[in-house]
Design a protein around this ligand. Structure first.
Ligand code: 6GU
Length: 238
């Protein structure tokens, strides 16, 4: 998979070289390239924003640099190519979920446009959406200063689902959100630490009992911490 990121802070994405995904990049499984939006400006001040039509606080990102960036990055892409998706991190987007991460991990090419200030001129989304699938995606109900941190989170969530990126694929199965529940608590040696004992069932060697206990813990934790995850389909509760 190739991921292109358009941002006014391309240096931000340098940390990808030193993480788990760095190895996947070196192995050629995943390629992530950050592009400087300002390389598509043509004025002395490399301006990427301007005041909003209609008034109001803050600045809006100008459409022209974005248009040039997408012309370049989507230039060789056939219209409506199903293997290409453009993501715009935005608190006004649909919620980014594990299901969406799986869906996006199957694509060949993702382009992530990181907005700053009060957002990007709406015509950029409208125009790009005539060429390929566009999604505004939000990490949750809070506001970040720009899309960069959100893009990093999305790249990590998507990247680790690409075959070969995570060493043991079985470790991807029993995780929070893979089966609609939060994960069960984990323990390792020693069996007693500061007078706290590991739940005895985990030392029993009874695999059926262990699986049942873990399921119970998942349901109990989900009910306590994230009851809305259980509200949708109750058939996972026992
Ligand atoms: Cl994706 N972007 C920004 N700027 N803020 C956010 C977000 C994204 N998700 C939650 N807050």
């Amino acid at each position: 998979m190739r991921i292109d990121v358009v941002t006014i802070f391309p240096e931000f994405f340098g940390v990808l070289d030193i993480s788990l995904l760095g190895r996947a990049r070196q192995a050629g499984i995943l390629e992530v390239v950050a592009h400087d939006l300002r390389s598509h400006t043509h004025d002395r001040h490399r301006t990427v924003d301007d005041t909003p039509y209609g008034g109001g606080a803050g600045m809006v990102m100008k459409p022209e640099p974005w248009g040039e960036a997408f012309d370049e990055l989507l230039g060789g892409t056939p219209a409506h190519d199903p293997g290409t998706v453009v993501l715009f991190p935005s608190p006004a987007g649909q919620l980014f979920t594990q299901a969406m991460a799986h869906e996006l991990a199957a694509k060949q090419h993702l382009v992530i446009g990181c907005g700053r200030y009060e957002g990007i001129d709406q015509r950029v989304f409208d125009e790009v959406a005539e060429r390929v699938e566009v999604r505004l995606v939000s990490l949750g109900d809070y506001v970040l200063n720009g899309g960069e941190v959100a893009a990093m989170a999305m790249i990590e969530a998507i990247g680790r689902l690409i075959p070969g990126v995570v060493g043991n694929p079985e470790s991807l199965v029993e995780e929070s959100h893979e089966d609609g529940l939060l994960e069960y608590p984990s323990y390792t040696k020693p069996a007693v630490w500061r007078e706290r004992e590991v739940p005895p069932v985990l030392l029993s060697g009874n695999h059926a009992a262990i699986a049942a206990w873990r399921r119970e813990q998942q349901v109990e934790r989900t009910r306590r911490v994230r009851p809305e995850l259980l509200a949708e389909d109750d058939d996972s509760t026992d």
